[in-house]
Design a binder for this molecule. Structure first.
Ligand code: EPU
Length: 420
C-alpha cells in the first residue's frame, strides 16, 4: 500500500499563492540553533517532513522543541546532551550533516552516521571534513560512523575547492566558538547562507561577508537566544512560477524575493512568458504566443539553480524547438527526463545535458518522483497533461513542499491523494 498523488491535468489555474519559508535555509537554521545557550525562536518554518525529522533529531539530543502556531518553532538547548547521532532518522535526510558542524562547534566532538537525502549522483562531504580538520579536528570513520573531535578549534584560512553550500554553512557553524578568526575563501553565496549567518549573528556570533565569496568568522565565547524569520523559499517560488507559466490563466506568486529568482525570471522572459515582477510578488498571465526554446546551464548562485532545472524542464517540453539543459552541479540529475518521456515528452539525456524537443502533448500516466525536484517537475507536467497523472514515491515531495495539494487546489487544480 502506498499513498500517491493524482492530478487531472488541463485545468486553467488562477489566483494567488503564498510562498513558505525556505526549506534549505530551515534545515540549516534548526541545527544552527543548538549552538545557542538560550531559547531560539524561528518564524516561517514550513510544515514539511524534513522539519519533523530534524525536530526528532533535536529531541534525541535532549533539546526542547515547541511548535507554536503553525510556522513558529522554539528550540531550547538548555538541557541538551551531545549523544551519538546514529538513529534511522539521521539517514533520512541530507541536512543531518549540519549537526556535524553545530555539535563540533559547541562540544568539540560529534559522532554521527552518514546522512541520507536525495540521490542526485555522488554527493561527497570531503570539503566539510577538510574544513573541520583545518580548524584542528581529527576525523575518524568507523564502519560508516563518523567521529570528529578536537582538543580545541582554532580559526584559520580555508579555501573551498568547490563553492559548496553545505560545506560553507557547516564550517561557519564549527567556527563560531573557535579561537580567533576563520576565513572561508571561495565560499558559496546562496541566500540560505546569508540567512544562517544572520541567525548566528543574532545569537551573538561575529560573521561577516556572507553573500560574498569570502566569509570571516571571529570566534566568541557565548551565544544566546534570539528571534529569527526565515527567508521565502526561492525554489518553491520557482516551482509555482514555472507551473503558472505552464498552466495558469493569471496567477500571482507572493512572498518572494525577486532578486533571488533573477536567473529563472530572465530565462522565462527569453521564452516569451508574460509576467509582471513586483517588489515581493510576480504575476504570470497566459499568452497564446508560442514559447521559445532556451539553453540553460546550472551554476552556483546567482547562476541558474540546479534545483530549478527539473521543474523548468516540464515547461520546456512545450517550447517550439530544442531546449538544452546542462548541469554543472550534479551531472546525473536527469532522472525526471525518463519520467517525462513516459508522459509523451521527447527528451534525450546526454550527460551532463538533456535535450528537450518540443512541443509534445503530455498524457497522464503512472510516474515516479525519484527525488524532490523530480517530483516538482512531474507536478508541473501533470497539470498540463491530458488525463490523470499518478505520482509515486511522494514522500520526496512531502520532504520539501508545504501543503502542495492544498495550495494547488486553491488555485483550481484537480489534485488529490489516494492509497493504491
Ligand atoms: N561537493 C563536493 N564535496 C563536498 C561538498 C560538495 O565535491 O564536500 C560538490 C557536490 O558534489 C556538488 C557541488 O559541490 O557538485 C555543490 O554541492 P553543495 O555542497 O553546494 O550542495 P549541498 O549543500 O549538498 C544544497 C541543497 C541542494 C542544492 C545544492 C546546490 C540543501 C539541504 N541542499 O546541497 O538542494 O541542490 O545545495 O545548490 O541546502 C534540493 O533542494 O532539492 C536540493 C537538493
Amino acid at each position: 500500500m502506498e499513498e500517491v498523488i493524482k492530478i487531472e491535468g488541463g485545468r486553467k489555474l488562477s489566483g494567488t499563492v503564498r510562498i513558505s519559508g525556505s526549506k534549505n535555509a530551515t534545515v540549516a537554521l534548526i541545527p544552527a540553533a543548538i549552538l545557542s545557550n538560550g531559547p531560539v525562536t524561528i518564524v516561517g518554518v514550513p510544515t514539511i517532513s524534513d522539519v519533523k525529522a530534524l525536530a526528532a533529531l533535536l529531541e534525541e539530543l535532549g533539546v526542547r522543541v515547541i511548535f507554536k502556531a503553525q510556522d513558529h518553532i522554539i528550540i531550547d538547548p538548555k538541557h541538551m546532551e551531545n549523544r551519538p547521532m546514529v538513529s534511522e532518522t539521521v539517514g533520512k535526510l541530507r541536512a543531518s550533516y549540519y549537526f556535524m558542524g553545530a555539535l563540533l562547534g559547541k562540544y568539540k566532538k560529534v559522532e554521527m552516521k552518514m546522512p541520507g537525502g536525495c540521490y542526485l549522483g555522488p554527493r561527497p562531504i570531503d570539503l566539510h571534513l577538510k574544513g573541520f580538520e583545518a580548524l584542528g579536528a581529527k576525523v575518524y570513520n568507523d564502519r560508516g560512523i563518523m567521529r570528529i573531535e578536537a582538543e580545541e578549534l582554532i580559526g584559520t584560512k580555508i579555501f573551498l575547492d568547490v563553492a559548496s553550500v553545505g560545506a560553507t554553512i557547516n564550517i561557519m557553524m564549527a567556527a563560531v566558538y573557535a579561537k580567533g578568526r576563520t576565513v572561508i575563501e571561495n565560499a558559496a553565496k546562496e541566500p540560505e547562507i546569508i540567512d544562517v549567518a544572520t541567525l548566528l549573528n543574532r545569537m551573538g556570533a561575529r560573521v561577516r561577508g556572507m553573500g560574498t565569496n569570502v566569509i570571516t568568522i571571529d570566534g566568541v565565547d557565548d551565544l544566546g537566544g534570539c528571534f529569527h524569520e526565515i527567508i521565502p523559499d526561492r525554489i518553491e517560488a520557482a516551482t509555482y512560477i514555472t507551473l503558472a507559466a505552464a498552466a495558469a490563466e493569471e496567477m500571482t506568486i507572493e512572498n518572494i524575493i525577486p532578486t533571488h529568482l533573477e536567473a529563472l525570471l530572465s530565462k522565462l522572459q527569453e521564452m516569451g512568458v508574460d509576467m509582471d515582477v513586483n517588489v515581493d510578488s510576480v504575476t504570470i498571465r497566459h499568452t497564446d504566443k508560442a514559447l521559445t526554446p532556451v539553453e540553460v546551464t546550472t551554476g552556483p548562485y546567482p547562476g541558474f539553480a540546479t534545483d530549478i532545472q527539473q521543474p523548468l524542464t516540464a515547461l520546456l517540453t512545450q517550447a517550439h524547438g530544442q531546449s538544452i539543459v546542462t548541469e554543472t552541479i550534479y551531472p546525473e540529475r536527469f532522472k525526471h527526463c525518463r519520467e517525462l518521456n513516459k508522459m509523451g515528452a521527447n527528451t534525450d539525456v546526454r550527460i551532463p545535458s538533456s535535450l528537450i524537443n518540443g512541443p509534445t502533448p503530455l498524457y497522464g500516466t503512472v510516474v515516479e518522483a525519484t527525488d524532490l525536484r523530480c517530483g516538482a517537475c512531474l507536478v508541473v507536467a501533470g497539470l498540463m497533461a491530458e488525463g490523470i497523472t499518478e505520482i509515486h514515491n511522494i514522500y520526496h515531495i512531502d520532504r520539501g513542499y508545504e501543503n502542495l495539494d492544498g495550495k494547488l487546489k486553491a488555485l483550481g487544480a484537480n489534485i488529490w491523494r489516494e492509497t493504491v
